[in-house]
Design a protein around this ligand. Structure first.
Ligand SMILES: C[S@@+](CC[C@H](N)C(=O)[O-])C[C@H]1O[C@@H](n2cnc3c(N)ncnc32)[C@H](O)[C@@H]1O
Length: 353
């Protein structure tokens, strides 16, 4: 009996010790994000090809880095799946480091590492206490995050590129969720670089006009982006404005990953503005992640995205009940919910008058 008690005591102690180290490890999780951002900024992944081996001397030369410091960065990153050290100071790619060779992946990592994306998390406990972010601090004295972003054009460009990089991965499937050929005019609200709208036009020959609606600073960047201009469909038009003020008349309005940026009061305001320009038959197609009743390992990324929206914007990921509350507030009805066709892609909620 005594021996067993000692054994179980030891086991308990070991479990406690493991829990202690696990918590310590999680508390330092920000270092992993920062190390990943640093390797991405330095573009270490593109310095050699998959299947090749590269010494730290060569890598330091190619990335213009201090050899010892770069070695220490890469050695730490190998422990979380980026690069493999096949012998001391010699590295190979892994699937995750190879992913960093894609400019889309790099854009997304760079956006997540932006100061404006990281700093508000320092105040998360205050945000949770108050049920609201400190807007004056987070938005640096501007009325919204988007106004503050406009004062940092380089960050704004990184943000737009990252949204594009995420949207291109799922746009074809998102467009297949609906029949856009039934509409003459489709307007994508907060369309950023116009990726979703371009895909709608590509898949829907009967649509006559596509309006890409966003803030003037974003539309101006699009108009000066030769690479984007080259890919534009003749039916594609850029329209600048604010969805809090007035939107153009259209048969279908799409909003992809827009409304989760805003609290219910703002969402009701946006949808009321849209409603004013809608014809009786117009529809509003909202692509956002649907918050499930229970968090599971499969949908936990939505709970974490929800925290991001909370900490940065006072926004949230919504459940079907949340969408019904919002629609009641703006006089629209939830007509249909079409589930996401692939993991990590949004659901489509259709609203009508
Ligand atoms: C999270 S991004 C989503 C971009 C795009 N829909 C996508 O999923 O790739 C939000 C977009 O909303 C735009 N936006 C923010 N406030 C706006 C406003 N008042 N009127 C129009 N667009 C706005 C931003 O400029 C940005 O392009």
């Amino acid at each position: 009996m005594e021996a067993k008690a000692t054994e179980s005591g030891t086991l308990e102690q070991r479990e406690k010790m493991m829990a202690f180290f696990k918590v310590m490890d999680l508390a330092d999780g920000h270092m992993r994000t920062s190390a990943l951002t640093a390797a991405t900024k330095l573009d270490v992944a593109s310095a050699f090809q998959p299947g090749q081996r590269c010494t730290i001397e060569e890598l330091a030369k190619k990335t213009n880095c201090n050899q010892q410091y770069l070695y220490r960065l890469l050695r730490a990153l190998t422990s979380i799946g980026f690069f493999k050290e096949v012998e001391t100071g010699v590295f190979e790619h892994t699937p995750m480091s190879e992913a960093l060779m894609s400019s889309h992946m790099r854009d997304i990592v760079m956006m997540s590492g932006l100061r404006s994306m990281v700093e508000p998390f320092y105040d998360l406990s205050e945000t949770v206490k108050n049920g609201k972010i400190n807007e004056a601090k987070v938005f640096e004295g501007h009325p919204t995050y988007w106004d503050s972003l406009r004062t940092r054009p380089e960050e704004e460009a990184i943000f737009s590129r990252a949204m594009t990089s995420f949207t291109v991965t799922c746009a074809p499937q998102l467009v297949q969720m609906a029949d856009y050929n039934q509409f003459e005019t489709v307007c994508d609200l907060g369309g950023s670089q116009g990726i979703l709208l371009s895909e709608i036009l590509k898949q829907s020959p009967k649509v006559k006009v596509g309006l890409n609606f966003d803030l003037p600073s974003v539309i101006n960047q699009n108009k000066n982006n030769q690479a984007l201009i080259k890919t534009r469909d003749p039916r594609f038009q850029e329209v600048e404005g604010s969805f809090f003020t007035k939107v153009p008349e259209a048969d279908c309005y799409t909003l992809k990953n827009i409304l989760h940026d805003w609290d219910n009061k703002a969402v009701i305001e946006i949808l009321k503005t849209v409603s004013k320009s809608m014809k009786p038959t117009s529809k509003v197609y909202v692509y956002d992640f649907l918050m499930a009743e229970k968090s599971t390992p499969e949908n936990s990324f939505i709970s974490w995205l929800d925290i991001k929206m909370m900490a940065l914007l006072n926004g949230l990921e919504r459940s079907l009940d949340d969408w019904k509350t919002v629609s009641n507030g703006c006089g629209l009805k939830v007509e249909k919910v079409i589930p996401s066709p692939m993991p990590h892609a949004p659901t489509l909620v259709i609203f009508g008058k």
